[in-house]
Design a protein around this ligand. Structure first.
Ligand code: ADP
Ligand code: MG
Length: 483
């Protein structure tokens, strides 16, 4: 689906803003020392603070503050020297305190922006409104017993960063590109593992439609519970068409919170949109305002790794890679590192081709993560080196590579053991050329009388006689001379 949809009366444009909840990679919770490991026995990671026992006091986990600042810097945002924790009051069985501690009027991170890469090669900037720190709620489990619900508080109190985008996103492709880039940045920074299937990164999608050319935004709906890139795309496509139908029929959109049902593939109403006053936000009396100094921010800035977009531009400038190749290589930090190690001292473009087309191809096909690759970056670099200095042809290199993947042996060893060295000795190739020409007098005659397309046949015959080892450029040259 494009950014616009054609209705009967008008062309409509989608306006989308995303609220992403990213769980901070921290071993302890935001306000307690309880552990956060995924998949633990229910209610085995709960402190008195998380369980909302009377008189318990929250203590801010400084490590989480550091991760939020790091993330803020990674999304080019302003860091606020003063931020305030508030209580967002509501009743829910998996929220034993009766309120969630979050940041409301004064978040730790203010405005910023990230670049997204669109499938057609375009780059677009999406504004970030804010990033704030908050605690997660527990989990209600409704499907383990026919008449009872269970509560697991392991997740209660885990540290979340809520990252809110400006309504700059148009259409499902841009939404997916935004989430992919954001996840990539979080993973580069190691502030969140970005695993959407484990719930450590989740998105709420806000969507409205307006007629193309209109400057005012329409009324939006917020879709909760959209937990994969595919679901984000599908939910947007469904919801846009639902709103289109209402608007085209002269109706109005009710501002409400809707739920994405991945099985029925539809959104449905959950509740009409609550207003801030329903939550009676007020500053949490248990926690002082959070003050951070510029020197603290500066020290964190110095620890930032090279970020995906910087890396992408460097790969294009320094190695002459295309935007597409650079984008695929930087998609994961480990992949980019692998490439750079393989390219060290070699033809970088050739190394990039080998990583992208051969290595990742085989690994993906066999479901092997790059970390477990039987061929190390250094070994792949050596193989590239053998092609560069004409020890082997690109074609033989593919066989050698297949062998390396299977045995883990070095390229040089395999070439040696199997006698695959390219023949670059003029005399030896000339002898093969002579043999082929002598064995095919009819073809030679036809070629000489003008059937030039036979040239490829002669090349093929000579290559075959050399078992693929003759240097192809030399074969071409000698054949031309003799014919
Ligand atoms: P709330 O606090 O009620 O959730 P916000 O104003 O913080 O509302 O906005 C939440 C998200 O909704 C943001 O990502 C924002 O970009 C997006 N948004 C706001 N207005 C619209 C709109 N008319 N259409 C689509 N998205 C919108
Ligand atoms: Mg919201």
């Amino acid at each position: 689906m494009a950014k616009t949809i054609q209705g009967e009366s008008a062309v409509w444009e989608m306006v989308i803003g995303l609220e992403v909840h990213a769980q901070i990679t921290s071993q302890a919770k935001l306000f307690s020392g309880a552990p956060t490991a995924f998949g633990a026995e229910p209610n085995s990671q709960v402190s008195f603070v998380d369980a909302g026992m009377p008189g318990m006091l929250p203590v801010l986990n400084e490590y989480c503050v550091e991760q939020a600042v790091k993330t803020g810097l990674g999304i080019n945002s302003a860091i606020n020297n003063v931020s305030v924790f508030s209580r967002k009051n509501y009743f829910y069985p998996d929220l034993p305190t009766g309120y969630q501690i979050t940041q409301f009027e004064h978040p730790i991170v203010g405005e910023g922006a990230i670049e997204i890469d669109l499938p057609d090669g375009q780059v677009k900037t999406i504004g970030i409104t804010r990033l704030h720190l908050e605690q997660d709620a527990g989990k209600s489990i409704h499907d383990m017993h026919p008449t009872k619900s269970y509560i697991d508080l392991n997740r209660a109190g885990c540290a979340l960063m809520e990252i809110v985008s400006e309504p700059d996103i148009r259409g499902p492709e841009e939404a997916v590109a935004y989430l992919s880039k954001l996840r990539m940045i979080l993973r580069y920074l190691e502030t969140c593992d970005g695993n959407m299937d484990e719930g450590s990164m989740r998105a709420d999608v806000n969507l409205s439609l307006r007629k193309v050319g209109e400057t005012k935004f329409g009324t939006r709906c917020e879709i909760k519970n959209v937990n994969s890139l595919k679901a984000v795309q599908q939910a947007i496509e469904y919801e846009a068409l639902r709103q289109l139908e209402i608007l085209e029929n002269g109706g109005t959109i009710d501002q409400e919170t809707r739920l994405w049902d991945p099985v029925k593939m539809e959104t449905r109403s959950m509740r009409s949109k609550e207003d801030a006053h329903d939550y009676r936000y007020f500053p949490c009396p248990d926690l002082l305002p959070l003050e951070i100094e510029n020197s603290y921010i500066k020290a964190i800035k110095e620890t930032l790794p090279e970020l995906p977009d910087q890396k992408k531009h460097r790969f294009m400038n320094d190695y002459g890679l295309s935007l597409y190749d650079a984008s695929v290589l930087i998609a994961e930090r480990a992949r980019a590192e692998y490439f750079e190690n393989a390219a060290k001292g070699h033809d970088a473009k050739l190394a990039a081709n080998w990583v992208l087309n051969e290595l990742l191809g085989i690994l993906n096909k066999n479901n092997i993560p790059l970390e477990d690759s039987p061929v190390s970056a250094k070994q792949l670099g050596e193989l590239v080196g053998l092609i560069e200095d004409n020890t082997i042809s690109g074609k033989i290199a593919k066989d050698v590579f297949a062998d390396m993947m299977e045995t883990g042996k070095d390229a040089g060893t395999i070439v040696e053991e199997k006698g695959l060295k390219q023949v670059t000795d003029t005399g030896a190739i000339e002898a093969l050329v002579d043999e082929v020409l002598a064995e095919n007098p009819d073809n030679v005659a036809q070629y000489k009388s003008g059937k030039e397309q036979l040239f490829g046949f002669f090349v093929g015959q000579v290559m075959k006689k050399s078992q693929g080892k003759a240097n192809p450029a030399m074969v071409n040259q000698l054949l031309k001379k003799k014919l």
